[in-house]
Design a protein around this ligand. Structure first.
Ligand SMILES: [Zn+2]
Length: 170
């Protein structure tokens, strides 16, 4: 049975666009490598003049792909680390506190406030982390300066959090 691009379209928003069929992919890959020197990403073998879609040296399947040239990933990950660190530290604190309460090392009167002191920043960091993940595509479109301002904001959170805990927990 012959397949064409339109027959590959399936229901659902994620696959609105027809995906190129295998033959198109092979044609595009071979057309590119017909007059380009390009090393196999796995073994480094020069793929110029490739026939088929596998490296003749390591037999790894290959495809031609588009990528975003803009360098945004490092900044985005840096922001992610700042937020995840804040969330992780507070959740760790809450876990330690819960352990201390369960072991009877904390009296029942003073730990409730500490739950709020640790839980508040955890909620803020968790919300910021969710937004950072949700708005990743918007982050890519920002200018370099704006991107690093977002990173600075993400990293100000653990600083403020540290001062907050030092102040309130003595
Ligand atoms: Zn190879």
């Amino acid at each position: 049975m012959a397949t064409d691009a339109t027959s590959m379209v399936t229901a659902g928003a994620a696959q609105r666009f027809p995906q190129p069929v295998e033959a198109d992919r092979a044609t595009a890959l071979q057309a590119y490598l017909a007059d380009h020197d390009h090393a196999c990403p796995l073994c480094g073998y020069n793929l110029r003049g490739l026939r088929g879609m596998r490296c003749p040296e390591c037999d790894f399947a290959l495809q031609l792909q588009l990528a975003i040239v803009e360098r945004w990933r490092a900044a985005w990950i840096a922001g992610l680390v700042g937020l995840a660190m804040t969330l992780g530290a507070n959740l760790l604190g809450l876990t330690a506190l819960l352990g201390a309460v369960l072991l009877g090392l904390r009296s029942s009167s003073d730990w409730a406030v500490e739950v709020l002191i640790l839980g508040g920043p955890a909620a803020v960091a968790g919300t910021c982390l969710a937004l950072h993940l949700k708005w990743a595509t918007t982050f890519v479109t920002l200018s370099t300066v704006k991107r690093w301002l977002v990173v600075a904001a993400c990293w100000s959170l653990p600083m403020v959090n540290f001062l907050w805990i030092m102040m309130l927990l003595r």
